[in-house]
Design a protein around this ligand. Structure first.
Ligand code: MV4
Length: 671
C-alpha cells in the first residue's frame, strides 16, 4: 500500500478520498488554487500545496504542476477524483512516466472510451448489446439516408465525438433526415471540431441504468450491481439510487455480465462505470463507459457495505480484489440527492455567495453527507456549485424515500438559493414512489416539481415576529443592566407601561409587499395580530440558537437566521426570507444600505453613474453591476456624498467588496 497519496482534486471528492486514506493510515497531500486556500480539503489533508489561480485551467488542470507537487511531497500515487484530470489519458501516461501510480485505469483504457463510435465498435465486437444503428466511418449524406431508412424512425443522430447531448437530433420521419443531419453536423463541428455522426434507433422512454465495475491487475473483474440515474436535468444527474426499481435478478445478471465483458474488452483495472439505456421492453444497450469513480458511487457503497475508494487504493497498489462476485450482495436501498447552490425558479442558474448558515441532518447508519464546504465558505463562480451529496439508506425503497424527505427538510442553507425544495418535490412525487422513472421524468412532471413562492404564512410571520421580539427584549434587558437604575420601572422588559396596552408594530418586507404584525405584550408572551387573525405566542432560544416557539399551544422548533435587516425563517424544510422595514426611521433603508454599498455577489462593474465627490439624493443610481447575467443597480441609501469609487468600470469584484466610500448626511438608525 502507498505511504503517501496526492489528491488532484478539490471539494467533496477530495475530502471523500482523504477520509478513506486517513482510515487506512495513508498520508495525504492536497493541492489548492487561490480560491481554495481555506477550503475543507486543504484543512483535512496532512499537507497542501498551492498550484495556481482560481480558474481550473490555471490550477487543477495543469498536469505538470500537479506531478511536480507529487514528486516534491513524496507522493507515490495520485487520485484524480472525478472531473478535472480524471479521464485525461495524457495525464495518466505522464504519471506512469514519472514513476507515480495513477489511481485509475491504464491510459489505453481511458483512450479507448474517449470516442463514442470507437467505444461502440469495441463493445459490439465484445458482444455488448448496442442500440440498433450505424456507427461506421462512411459519412456520405445519401449513404446515411439509406442507413436511416434501414434502421427506421424515430431515429437519433449523435455526434461521434459528442457527449452530454450536444450534437443530438431526433428525426421522426425519413423526409426530415437531410435537414437534421446538417444541423447535427454543424453542432458537432462547432462543439467538438469533428462532424462525424452515428445513427441509432431512438428509444422514446429509456432509463439510465449504469453498472459499477471493478477489476484488479490479476485478471479478476466483477460488478457491484446497478444504479438508476434516470432523474436528470439537461444531462446532469439529480437523483441516483441503487438497486434500480423493478430490477430482476435475471436482468441484473445479464447487465452485470455485459458490463464486466465491456471492462475486460479494454483491459480495465480499477473502478469504472458502464452506462446502459434500458428500454421499456427490458432490452438494454451500451451507452458509454466512465473510466473513473463516479459522483454517485456512495449509493453503491451504502447497499454493498464496501468502501470503493479503499478498493481503488488496494487495486492500484497491486493487491488482488478482496472478494469475489458471489460474495457480493445487495442490502437494502440507497438514494442520493445532489444539493446544489442553484435557483430552480431561474432555470437552475448557479446561486453564488457565502454560506451564511449551513446545518445538515445528523449522520448515522441511515444518513450520509459528502460535502466539501462548511458554514462561512463561499460558493464561487470558479467551480461546480454543488454543496453536498445527501445519501440515505434503509431496508427498502419506500423507507429510503421517507428518510430522504426528512433529511432534505432538515438540510438548512442560508446565503445562497438551493435546490432542496425541488429535490424534496421530486422524491415526494407519486410517480417517483411508483417507480415511474425514466429520462423524461423532470420534463413530464415539471409543473409539480418547482417550489412555488407564496406569501409568508401566519406561521412564518409569527416565528419571525416572536424572534424579533425576543431579540428586542434581550437588548432591553441588556440596557437595563448597564443603566444606573436597573430597578426603574422604565427598564422593565415585560412590556408593562402605565395606563396603556403596550404594543409594537413590526413591519416586514415579504417579496415586495410590506406586511405588518402587531405584537401586544401579555404576561405569558405576546399576542400577535397577523394577517389571518390573532395568535398568542411565547418562546425562547435554545443553546443551539434555535427558536423554541409556542404558537397557541403548538410547540415548534424553528431556526431564524439574521443577516443585517434580512431574516430567514427555516421551518419544516421550507425557507422564507423577510426584511425588517422601519417606515419611521429617517432614511428607512439605512441599515440595509450599509450592506448595499458592498457588492451583493461576485460580478463585474458595468458603469459608474455619478462622479466622485458629488452630493446625491437618496435613491440616486451610483453604479451598475452585472452578476449571473443580471444587472444590479446600487443606489444611494440616503442623501449623502460619494467620496470615492474603489473600482473603475469593467473591474471584477468579489462578493462583499466595498464598492465606494459614501458619507451619509443623516445618522443611520436601526430598526
Ligand atoms: C439515446 C436516447 C434515446 N435513444 N440514445 C443522452 C446523452 C448521451 N450520453 C446519450 N443520451 C441519450 N441517448 C438512443 N438511441 C436518449 C438519451 C437521453 C438520455 C440518456 C441518459 C440519461 C438522460 C438522457 C436524457 C435525454 C436523452
Amino acid at each position: 500500500m502507498f505511504d503517501t497519496i496526492l489528491i488532484a482534486n478539490r471539494g467533496e471528492i477530495a475530502c471523500r478520498v482523504i477520509r478513506t486514506a486517513q482510515r487506512l493510515g495513508i498520508r495525504t497531500v492536497a493541492v489548492y488554487s487561490d480560491a481554495d486556500a481555506d477550503s475543507l480539503h486543504v484543512k483535512l489533508a496532512d499537507e497542501a500545496h498551492h498550484i495556481g489561480p482560481a480558474p481550473a485551467r490555471e490550477s487543477y488542470l495543469i498536469a505538470d504542476r500537479i506531478l511536480e507537487v507529487a514528486k516534491r511531497s513524496g507522493a507515490c500515487a495520485v487520485h484524480p477524483g472525478y472531473g478535472f484530470l480524471s479521464e485525461n489519458a495524457a495525464f495518466a501516461e505522464a504519471c506512469a512516466q514519472a514513476g507515480i501510480v495513477f489511481i485509475g485505469p491504464p491510459c489505453a483504457a481511458i483512450r479507448a472510451m474517449g470516442s463514442k463510435s470507437a467505444a461502440k465498435e469495441i463493445m459490439g465486437a465484445a458482444g455488448v448489446p448496442l442500440v440498433p444503428g450505424y456507427h461506421g466511418k462512411e459519412q456520405g449524406a445519401d449513404f446515411l439516408q439509406a442507413e436511416a431508412d434501414r434502421i427506421g424512425f424515430p431515429l437519433l443522430i449523435k455526434a461521434s465525438a459528442g457527449g452530454g447531448g450536444k450534437g443530438m437530433r431526433v428525426v421522426t420521419r425519413s423526409s426530415e433526415f437531410t435537414e437534421a443531419l446538417a444541423g447535427a453536423r454543424r453542432e458537432a463541428m462547432s462543439g467538438f471540431g469533428d462532424d462525424h455522426v452515428l445513427l441509432e434507433r431512438y428509444l422514446t422512454k429509456p432509463r439510465h441504468i449504469e453498472i459499477q465495475v471493478f477489476a484488479d491487475s490479476h485478471g479478476t473483474a466483477l460488478h457491484i450491481f446497478e444504479r438508476d440515474c434516470s432523474i436528470q436535468r439537461r444531462h446532469q444527474k439529480v437523483i441516483e439510487e441503487s438497486p434500480a426499481f423493478g430490477m430482476t435478478p435475471v436482468l441484473r445478471q445479464k447487465m452485470g455480465e455485459a458490463a464486466v465483458a465491456a471492462a475486460r474488452a479494454i483491459g480495465y483495472v480499477g473502478a469504472g462505470t458502464v452506462e446502459f439505456l434500458l428500454d421499456e421492453d427490458g432490452s438494454f444497450y451500451f451507452m458509454e463507459m466512465n473510466t473513473r469513480l463516479q459522483v454517485e458511487h456512495p449509493v453503491t457503497e451504502m447497499i454493498s457495505g464496501l468502501d470503493l475508494v479503499e478498493w481503488q487504493l488496494r487495486v492500484a497498489s497491486g493487491e488482488a480484489m478482496p472478494c469475489s462476485q458471489e460474495q457480493l450482495a445487495i442490502s437494502g436501498h440507497a438514494i442520493e440527492a445532489r444539493i446544489y447552490a442553484e435557483d430552480p425558479a431561474r432555470d437552475f442558474l448557479p446561486s453564488i455567495g457565502r454560506l451564511r448558515h449551513l446545518r445538515t441532518p445528523d449522520e448515522n447508519a441511515h444518513v450520509r453527507i459528502d460535502s466539501g464546504v462548511r458554514q462561512g465558505d463561499e460558493v464561487s463562480i470558479n467551480y461546480d456549485p454543488m454543496i453536498a451529496k445527501l445519501i440515505v439508506w434503509d431496508s427498502d425503497r419506500t423507507a429510503a424515500i421517507r428518510r430522504m424527505r426528512k433529511a432534505l427538510a432538515e438540510f438548512q442553507v442560508v446565503g445562497v438559493t438551493t435546490n432542496t425544495g425541488f429535490l424534496g418535490n421530486v422524491v415526494a412525487h407519486p410517480a417517483f414512489s411508483a417507480g415511474e422513472i425514466d429520462t423524461g421524468f423532470i420534463d413530464r412532471h415539471r409543473a409539480g416539481l418547482f417550489p412555488e413562492s407564496a406569501p409568508a404564512s401566519d406561521r412564518i410571520l409569527a416565528l419571525a415576529a416572536l424572534d424579533l421580539m425576543l431579540i428586542r427584549s434581550a437588548e432591553a434587558e441588556c440596557r437595563a443592566q448597564t443603566s444606573h437604575d436597573p430597578y426603574s420601572p422604565w427598564h422593565q422588559t415585560c412590556g408593562w407601561r402605565l395606563n396603556s396596552d403596550n404594543y409594537h408594530h413590526l413591519h416586514f418586507i415579504d417579496e415586495d409587499q410590506v406586511v405588518t404584525v402587531t405584537a401586544h405584550y401579555r404576561p405569558s408572551g405576546f399576542l400577535l395580530e397577523l394577517p389571518g387573525g390573532s395568535l398568542l405566542v411565547c418562546g425562547e432560544r435554545d443553546e443551539a440558537g434555535d427558536l423554541l416557539a409556542d404558537l397557541a399551544g403548538i410547540r415548534i422548533k424553528a431556526t431564524v437566521v439574521w443577516n443585517g435587516a434580512v431574516l430567514t425563517v427555516l421551518d419544516q424544510g421550507k425557507s422564507h426570507q423577510l426584511t425588517i422595514h422601519n417606515p419611521h426611521a429617517v432614511g428607512e433603508q439605512d441599515e440595509a444600505a450599509a450592506g448595499r454599498l458592498t457588492a451583493p455577489m461576485p460580478g463585474k462593474i458595468v458603469a459608474l453613474m455619478v462622479e466622485s465627490g458629488v452630493r446625491v439624493e437618496r435613491g440616486t443610481p451610483l453604479l451598475i453591476m452585472e452578476a449571473m447575467k443580471m444587472e444590479h443597480t446600487i443606489c444611494a441609501p440616503c442623501d449623502g456624498n460619494v467620496a470615492e469609487f474603489h473600482y473603475p468600470a469593467g473591474a471584477v469584484v468579489n462578493e462583499g467588496a466595498e464598492l465606494l466610500d459614501f458619507t451619509a448626511e443623516v445618522t443611520p438608525s436601526l430598526p
